[in-house]
Design a binder for this molecule. Structure first.
Ligand SMILES: Cc1ncc(COP(=O)(O)O)c(C=O)c1O
Ligand SMILES: Nc1c(O)cccc1C(=O)C[C@H](N)C(=O)O
Length: 413
């Protein structure tokens, strides 16, 4: 939770001057031109990222030429068959992963299922002496799909499911824990959890952590390899701007790939998919995380969208993200009537993702009025106004304007 009154003394002229200065000094400011945007202040890139300008032409080429003219030949000649692992390797540097560990495909929900069941199987392969590994811990504050999938994964593997808030995971681990499903950034509050220390604690207990990176991929450095993460999943339609329903990703640490036992061993994860064998033999490497035929149109839209990252470091994106959210909090403190909202996003940088969540009892109608006034965030049940900050295309002037309009809406004027 954060205090909103710290710099409430600043007024509109000063905040406008600050916005101008920050925009002038912003080394990422030219990137905005790579996107299709209008006069709306778009603070919903944590739900659906904006459209990169060059994607429609690339998609048109995929449809007209690769599909329309080359047809079946495109699986080889246009590189369709290897798109899941090729695009996984494009995402890898943004997540701090070496090549060969990420495949793209399916939804995050499906990848949560693959990773979580595989995590339980890994823990059981290593089980020594003591009792059975028959418990899955799940982030009690998780985006609902993860909880639902974890419930089913637990039933299928004969585990019990225990919801625990991430901070309490270390104390909840035991010799029974098989797997722990955690969110890097909380979808509602924007709280960033301590991935390195939680991963270490889970592994120390002989269990495996599965990280959902939906709200951190493309927003901040994750350091998958550096922090010894075993398994991670995430979506690509938020901060990676892959488009509505863009395929998700699955990371399987190289050292574990030989033992990764997918609960969805579809034919495209087979060592010899066109051998049409009756017996399943998994492919080497991250490819064994694949399932069925990749959805090529979405996948290639994502691949094109990733071009906007050429020459851009996640570290620079993170620095701007923190500056944007700091500035937004200052502007909210200045413009919003005292006590009208409560900020549920932590002030501390090391605990903040790339969003700000403000709580107020009438958040639903407030967000409707805000959207009508040209500031798009979203409402999360029951009382949260959620604002996502995408450093690739947001300006500090947008942030000041969003807070000023919010202040007006909340004051009812
Ligand atoms: C943390 C988190 N996990 C999973 C999902 C859902 O993933 P999907 O609908 O792509 O399966 C979302 C958002 O939709 C999310 O915010
Ligand atoms: N995936 C979404 C969708 O298909 C429609 C509307 C919103 C979404 C979202 O991504 C929601 C998002 N994960 C959230 O954090 O609330």
């Amino acid at each position: 939770m954060c205090e909103l009154s710290e710099s409430a003394s600043a007024g509109a002229p000063e905040l406008l001057r600050r916005a101008e200065k920050l925009d002038a000094a912003d080394e990422l400011r030219a990137l905005r031109d790579r996107f299709v945007l209008d006069d709306v202040v778009y603070l919903d890139g944590n739900s659906l990222g904006a459209l990169p300008r060059h994607v429609p032409d690339r998609l048109a080429d995929v449809v007209r030429r690769e599909w329309g003219e080359l047809r079946i030949r495109s699986w080889q000649e246009s590189g369709w068959w290897t798109a899941p692992e090729r695009i996984g390797d494009r995402i890898a540097p943004l997540l701090g992963a070496a090549p060969g560990q990420i495949v793209v495909g399916d939804s995050t929900s499906v990848n949560v299922f693959k990773a979580l069941v595989a995590a339980v199987r890994l823990a059981r392969q290593e089980q020594q002496g003591s009792g059975p590994r028959d418990e899955i811990l799940v982030d009690a504050t998780t985006f609902p799909t993860d909880g639902y999938i974890a419930g089913s994964a637990a039933r299928m593997t004969g585990c019990t499911l225990r919801p625990v808030v991430p901070e309490e995971v270390p104390g909840a681990l035991s010799g029974r824990t098989a797997a722990v499903l955690l969110n890097h950034v909380d979808y509602r509050t924007g709280r960033l959890h301590d991935l390195p220390s939680l991963t270490a604690a889970v592994h120390e207990a002989g269990a495996y952590a599965v990280w959902d990176l939906c709200h951190s991929a493309g927003a901040l450095p994750v350091g998958l390899d550096e922090h010894g993460v075993a398994l991670a999943v995430g979506c690509t339609y938020k901060f990676l701007n892959g488009g509505p329903g863009a395929p998700a990703f699955l990371y399987v640490r190289r050292a574990l790939q030989d033992r990764f036992d997918s609960p969805l061993p579809g034919w495209t994860s087979h060592a010899e998919p066109f051998g049409m064998h009756a017996t399943y033999v998994p492919a080497e490497g991250a490819v064994r995380g694949r399932v069925g035929t990749p959805d090529i149109l979405s996948m290639l839209a994502l691949e094109a969208a990733l071009d906007v990252w050429d020459g851009v470091s996640v570290e620079a994106v993170r620095a701007k993200s923190l500056a944007l959210t700091d500035f937004f909090l200052d502007c909210v403190a200045a413009y919003v009537p005292t006590g009208r909202v409560e900020c549920v996003t932590p002030r501390a940088h090391e605990e903040r993702g790339s969003q700000v969540a403000l709580r107020c009892p009438d958040a639903g109608p407030v967000m409707e009025r805000l959207i009508a006034a040209g500031v798009v965030g979203d409402f999360r049940h029951p009382d949260v106004l959620r604002f996502g900050f995408t450093p690739l295309y947001l300006r500090f002037a947008d942030v000041e304007r969003a807070a000023r309009v919010l202040g007006r809406v909340l004051a009812g004027t």
